[in-house]
Design a protein around this ligand. Structure first.
Ligand code: ZN
Ligand code: ZN
Length: 144
């Protein structure tokens, strides 16, 4: 099965290139989540998301500071650097490998043969964890 790789839908870079600054599609090399839902910049600066509104109101409203991003970037360098755009939406390769499919909305799990089945990224986040060394989502220890 071969499929055309496409340019990033967020910032338009080609497969194998790094995303433009601020691209929503880019995933965090530390936790594997898309940067829009990534909390690592807060974690690495010791700020609890739970209490941020009262402990760091200026960051809660204004977002992380340049210094906070420097801390984050330094950590990402340490673990091998940023994740480039691969040509496929982040996580779809793993969904195909683990046979996670869904159809919707509303999104329900289904088999691969279901018409219009698409990769089940919600299930991917539920049932896998991010492996920082392999730089991909791996199944949590198998359910017994
Ligand atoms: Zn991008
Ligand atoms: Zn992260």
């Amino acid at each position: 099965m071969s499929e055309e790789l496409h340019d990033c839908g967020g910032c338009g870079v080609k497969p194998g290139e790094f995303h433009a600054d601020g691209c929503d599609v880019e995933c965090c090399a530390r936790c594997g989540r898309q940067q829009v839902i990534d909390n690592c910049v807060y974690e690495l600066n010791g700020i609890s998301m739970l209490f941020m509104e009262s402990t760091h109101p200026e960051i809660y409203t204004g977002g992380p500071t340049a210094v906070m991003f420097e801390v984050y970037d330094a950590e990402i360098e340490k673990i091998g650097g940023r994740l480039p755009w691969t040509g496929l939406w982040p996580g779809v390769v793993e969904c195909r490998e683990y046979d996670f499919w869904c159809v919707g909305p509303p999104w329900v799990s289904c088999s691969k043969d279901t018409p219009e089945a698409t990769e089940d990224l919600n299930r991917l986040y539920r049932e896998t964890r991010w492996d920082r060394e392999k730089r991909r989502h791996v199944l949590r220890t198998s359910r017994t």
